[in-house]
Design a protein around this ligand. Structure first.
Ligand code: HSE
Length: 386
């Protein structure tokens, strides 16, 4: 069988990892795919840096925009990033010509996933995005294929490694958010501009894709209420621990009657629960299906090798001809989501005000407001008793 021909756009940490994976495991990848994977072009603004892999054997394209025009190309691996600009233009150009894409770009797909999925369907192309959600954890494949016989009731995800690292380090050292963030930046875990991570935007991008896939609804990034971890103090971490909980930035999507409740916010989870034990920069997704019951997948959510593992898994699937719609069903079958009214949600809440912290019984939003109305600057987190 003729080789599967790909081009790679973006040779940062993940791009270099993809090439390393394809080179080091070429033999087993070819055996499992039934054909070779051939890199016919690579592209990056920086053609000089040493990335720890041999790039001498590949043709460089000076402009990512040219890649979609390569004759006989099967797929473009888009690792440029960003929801607009080059990545978006490249994805549209490729899919418009029937060339599949494999991407780690959650922002692009959270904003334009529906349009790109429709374009792919129209032109007989496919979109692989395993690397866009929870890095090396094969959660897209699990939800789309392994759990395809289930009606999913809920998904809880620890989807941002930087936040999980910060919250873990705050608990272990007793230090405040700002100090640990600085340390995380020095160690290279957090971005120089960490706002997408710590303000929950990155988690919301990923949750948006999981919600579509799990519940068969059109992606709707703007509908996600998002709160990050900047306001969490050392005192919150300590109080949560005394109550037997840990604080995690959770992306949650669950059925609520005929609607879907969806949120990204720091929550308390029992310290001895499966998600409570997911520490450092690890990610995890906990899902419940009507037949499978509870499933937990955990692993590295970022980094060169784990993310490359997800990208290469997608390339192999495409090369084998696996033809699953991007969100599990074709776009004409994706319904418009009905979001649950937050006022109807009942939960237990952690409330910190002044020097005191408490955990309430299960109450609704109105009771919560009545309880916190007269408190001075209360800080509130939902409790998820998983
Ligand atoms: N900044 C992200 C994280 C990288 O910390 O999880 C992977 O999306």
């Amino acid at each position: 069988m003729k080789p599967y021909r790909i081009a790679i756009a973006g040779l940062g940490t993940v791009g270099a990892g993809v090439i390393e994976n394809l080179q080091s495991n070429a033999e087993l990848i070819e055996a499992r795919t039934g054909r070779a994977i051939e890199i016919v072009a690579i592209c990056d603004r920086d053609q000089d840096s040493n990335r720890g892999v041999d790039l001498a054997c590949y043709d460089w394209a000076d402009d990512a925009g040219w890649l979609a025009d390569i004759d006989g190309l099967d797929a473009i691996v888009e690792l440029i990033g960003g929801s607009e600009g080059i990545a978006y233009d490249l994805a549209k150009a490729a899919l418009g010509k029937g060339v599949s894409i494999v991407t780690a770009n959650k922002a692009l797909l959270a904003h334009h996933g529906f349009e790109l999925a429709a374009l792919a369907e129209k032109n007989g192309a496919r979109v692989g995005y395993e690397a866009a959600v929870a890095g090396g954890i094969p959660i897209i494949k699990a939800l789309r294929e392994g759990l395809a016989g289930n009606e999913v009731g809920s998904i809880y995800g620890i989807l941002n490694g930087t936040c999980n690292y910060i919250l873990t380090a705050m608990r272990e050292t007793g230090a405040d958010f700002a100090d640990i963030l600085k340390e995380a930046q020095e160690k290279g875990y957090a971005e120089a501009d960490p706002s997408f991570d710590v303000d929950g935007v990155d988690t919301a991008h990923k949750l948006c894709l999981l919600t579509s896939l799990a519940f068969g609804v059109q992606p709707d990034f703007k509908a996600i209420e998002t709160k990050g971890i900047r306001e969490i103090t050392g005192a919150d971490i300590k109080a949560a621990q005394e109550f037997g909980y840990r604080i995690k930035l959770l992306g949650v999507a669950k059925r609520q009657g005929g609607a879907i409740f969806q949120s990204v916010e720091p929550c308390l989870v029992p310290a001895d629960s499966s998600l409570g034990g997911v520490e450092d920069s690890y990610n995890a997704v906990f899902a419940e299906g009507d037949f499978v019951e509870k499933v937990l997948m955990t692993g590295r959510g970022a980094g060169r090798k784990p993310t490359a593992s997800a990208v290469v898994g997608d390339i192999i699937d495409l090369a084998k001809g696996l033809d699953t719609p991007m969100f599990g069903v074709t776009t004409d079958k994706l319904t418009k989501p009905v979001w649950a009214d937050a006022g109807q949600i009942k939960s237990r809440y952690y409330i910190r005000a002044g020097g005191d912290a408490q955990i309430t019984e299960e109450i609704g939003k109105a009771e919560l407001e009545a309880l916190t109305d007269k408190l001075d600057s209360p800080y509130i987190m939902r409790v998820e008793d998983l």
